[in-house]
Design a protein around this ligand. Structure first.
Ligand SMILES: CCCCCCCC/C=C\CCCCCCCC(=O)N[C@@H](CCCCN)C(=O)O
Ligand SMILES: [Zn+2]
Ligand SMILES: [Zn+2]
Length: 478
């Protein structure tokens, strides 16, 4: 399937083998990146000292990338970085690799080692950003550095875009890079960003890990609800206060899940592809979704991660009211973070939320919102998807299934829909539910071996993107 069965005229292939010295250097280089606390606290509060230091750090540790004549480096939005790697064959459409520099905050509490120590223990490197997303960033530059040292000259041009504010919006990083490339008239064959993994143990009864390449991404709404009431003395309270009215409203939202949308979006296709990996009778059930769709959609709701794949989720994330113990507060505010299923829109979710709240005293303020991202192609002709599949098969031969999925979080790639219709979110790393919880949580870590494999993956991916897929004549045509 896909690129298989086609002839590839390649530049001489460089084997993805690294010396012991290179392997030690690459893990130490990752540790150094983790030690720079590039934390985004809010769109207005980034650690700009650390972001500047990070720029100097990548200059220092990847000297060949910065001094190669066919690579142009630009700082964008002050702390983001754009690399333009000029390929030798201008007839090939360029692609782009994305990663981000910033990380979410990590207070020391609960961590086995300090989160910005980059300490190695039992074969793992610990720290904020080891999975999200300095692993990708460093692996991309590391793989390119190693290819350049081996005198590799890419045929297909590509870009590397490293955003500095992904965790808080991407407005000054990814959005500016996107505008810059658009102004230069660039159209990309595809983009690869973070957002999914080789998933291991997320689906009950599915013993074997499978690679999920996210071809879409959920939309989002940050909705602030506000109630204004007359303030007064707490010794003679009114029947209802702003706090009581708002608490009841947000509780109704929490207790009334958005509709189950199983069947819309890429999930159904993925489950059909996975059907034969399940033992009896799940294999029969998943092969006959025309009959068992209601059952499967209910089963998916049982677990909080798979539930996020079948519906728009409603998370109550902020609640503020009151200034003094004996004052009835005039204002109460709550913020709800909705993640929109690919089969719904911002307007549909807002209408549903208003119907659930059903209280005219509550004001709705949409802080920001965007629709789910378009579904990128995953057919045989989809170059980005097929290159990922091909590279997954060579680097992880034990992984039988590569399936399209939806990213439940948001990524910088959503700012690049003007440049391509092929946006793929995939990290070449095994992820178990426990490691999933460590992303934005505690004890985020990556094994040294997993990081080396990620470098190997990019090293091979860049070379695979340079292959020249030309259809070979079928035997009966000879
Ligand atoms: C049938 C298959 C079962 C699938 C199970 C899914 C497992 C989930 C796997 C991976 C999801 C990881 C998502 C990582 C990307 C998240 C990046 C992120 O944190 N983005 C932020 C951006 C915030 C932007 C400011 N508004 C976010 O989404 O909050
Ligand atoms: Zn991330
Ligand atoms: Zn993140």
């Amino acid at each position: 399937k896909g690129l298989r069965g086609k002839e590839h005229r390649r530049a001489p292939r460089i084997p993805s083998q690294f010396s012991q010295e290179e392997r030690v250097a690459m893990k130490e280089t990752l540790k150094g990146a983790i030690q720079i606390p590039t934390v985004s606290f809010s769109p207005e509060e980034l650690n700009t000292t650390a972001l500047a230091e990070f720029g100097e750090y990548i200059h220092k540790v990847f000297p060949t990338v910065f001094k190669t004549s066919f690579i142009r480096h630009e700082a964008v939005g002050e702390y983001s970085h754009l690399f333009t790697v000029q390929g030798s064959d201008p007839s090939l459409q360029p692609y782009m690799l994305l990663a981000h520099i910033d990380v979410v905050p990590a207070p020391d509490e609960g961590w086995d080692v300090p989160p910005f120590s980059g300490l190695e223990s039992d074969g793992f490197i610990y720290g904020r950003g080891t999975l999200d997303n300095k692993n990708s960033l460093m692996a991309i530059l590391q793989a390119l550095e190693l290819l350049l040292i081996r005198n590799y000259i890419p045929r297909r041009s590509f870009f590397i875009a490293l955003g500095h504010d992904e965790e808080v919006s991407g407005v000054n990083g990814a959005q500016k890079i996107s505008a810059l490339l658009q102004a230069r008239g660039i159209q990309l064959a595809f983009i690869v960003d973070e957002g999914s993994f080789i998933l291991d143990g997320f689906i009950p009864n599915l013993q074997k890990p499978f690679a999920m390449v996210s071809v879409s991404e959920k939309g989002a709404i940050n909705l602030m609800l506000q109630v204004n009431m007359t303030p007064g003395h707490s010794s003679a309270p009114p029947k209802e206060t702003s706090i009581g009215i708002l608490a009841a409203a947000v509780s109704r939202l929490e207790q009334t899940p958005m509709p189950n949308m199983f069947g819309g979006g890429p999930l159904k296709m993925a489950l059909q592809q996975l059907a034969n990996e399940f033992p009896f009778p799940a294999n029969i059930v998943l092969s006959n979704l025309w009959l068992f769709q209601p059952l499967v959609s209910r089963l998916m709701e049982r677990n909080y991660i798979t539930n996020a794949l079948v519906r728009t989720t409603t998370a109550l994330t902020m609640f503020n009211a009151g200034v003094k113990v004996n004052v009835i507060p005039p204002v109460a505010q709550a913020t709800i973070n909705f993640r929109i299923h690919p089969a719904q829109t911002v307007q549909e979710v807002l209408k549903l939320a208003k119907d659930i709240v059903a209280d005219d005293r509550i004001q709705f303020h949409v802080l920001n919102a965007f629709d789910p991202l378009p579904v990128s192609p995953s057919d045989d002709q989809a170059l980005g998807y097929q290159l990922l599949r091909q590279t997954i098969q060579s680097v992880f031969p034990e992984v039988n299934i590569v399936a399209p999925g939806t990213c439940i979080g948001n990524t910088d790639s959503r700012h690049y829909t003007n440049l391509t219709t092929g946006i793929y979110r995939f990290n070449p790393i095994y992820l178990q539910p426990q490691s999933f919880s460590s992303i934005h949580g505690i004890n985020e870590k990556i094994s040294v071996q997993a990081y080396e494999t990620q470098v190997k993956f990019i090293f091979e991916f860049i070379q695979n993107a340079d292959a020249d897929p030309r259809p070979v004549p079928h035997l009966h045509e000879l």
